[in-house]
Write a new protein. Structure first.
Length: 227
């Protein structure tokens, strides 16, 4: 352990110049140490807050456990339901499928010639895996310029906005997780043109989303009054 002598009292008015030169560095070191301690403490708090805010739920298969662990997520889901009429079970099932509740989720990398990393396959990002252009549309129409794709409340609001337009443009119920996921994946025009019909893998994934939404719905009915 490194120890240091305490700084001598500031007697600069009575001490000779040589002593003042000796005491000055000591005072500067003490001042720097205090500044470092304050900075370290502030950084520690920020890291703690960031860790709490961005960690995925410990039990993502149980919507009751998710909302008990992250009460702010439950409030966001209820706000989305009030604003857009989207049930929590459907929005949460789609976010689970898109990002596994990771705030900084990214799509797979693209490769040139099969082995040279060449960016990402799309600009999708965040909880809802919203693409740049779609997120810009949402910000302009509903979310505002300060909304963020790695903010859970904003991601849920985006989901509500998107599903509401899927219902208005393509007649898909907000309670229909299967149809809403196909709209979400293919886009409103793609869904209208039935681009999903030749994608067997996508139809299977939509079935998984539907099953999870039904499971989330049954779980939520059993716990929503106690949340």
């Amino acid at each position: 352990m490194i120890t240091s002598r305490p700084c001598p009292p500031d007697l600069s008015r009575t001490r000779p110049a040589a002593y003042r030169r000796q005491a000055y560095p000591c005072r500067q070191v003490a001042k720097s140490c205090r500044r470092f301690v304050r900075l370290s403490a502030g950084l520690g708090v920020l890291l703690l807050i960031a860790g709490c805010a961005t960690t995925p739920p410990s039990n993502p298969e149980d919507i009751c456990a998710i909302f008990r662990e992250k009460s702010s997520w439950h409030k966001a889901a209820l706000a989305t339901q009030r604003k857009w009429g989207v049930p929590p079970k459907v929005a949460m099932a789609i976010i689970y499928q898109e990002s596994s509740f990771r705030h900084d989720a990214l799509p797979p990398r693209d490769y040139l010639l099969g082995f040279i990393p060449w960016g990402r396959v799309s600009s999708a990002y965040g909880y809802a895996q919203a693409k740049d252009e779609t997120w810009s549309d949402y910000q302009r129409e509903a979310g505002g310029m300060f909304s963020s794709r790695d903010n859970f409340s904003d991601a849920l609001d985006f989901m509500g906005w998107y599903m509401s337009k899927s219902q208005r443009l393509n007649g898909v119920s907000k309670w229909d997780a299967y149809g809403q996921y196909l709209n979400y994946h293919e886009g409103w025009t793609g869904y209208r043109n039935r681009s999903y019909a030749s994608k067997g893998w996508l139809l299977r994934v939509a079935g998984i989303v539907q099953a999870r939404a039904e499971r989330f719905g049954a779980q939520y009915r059993s716990c929503k009054d106690s949340l």
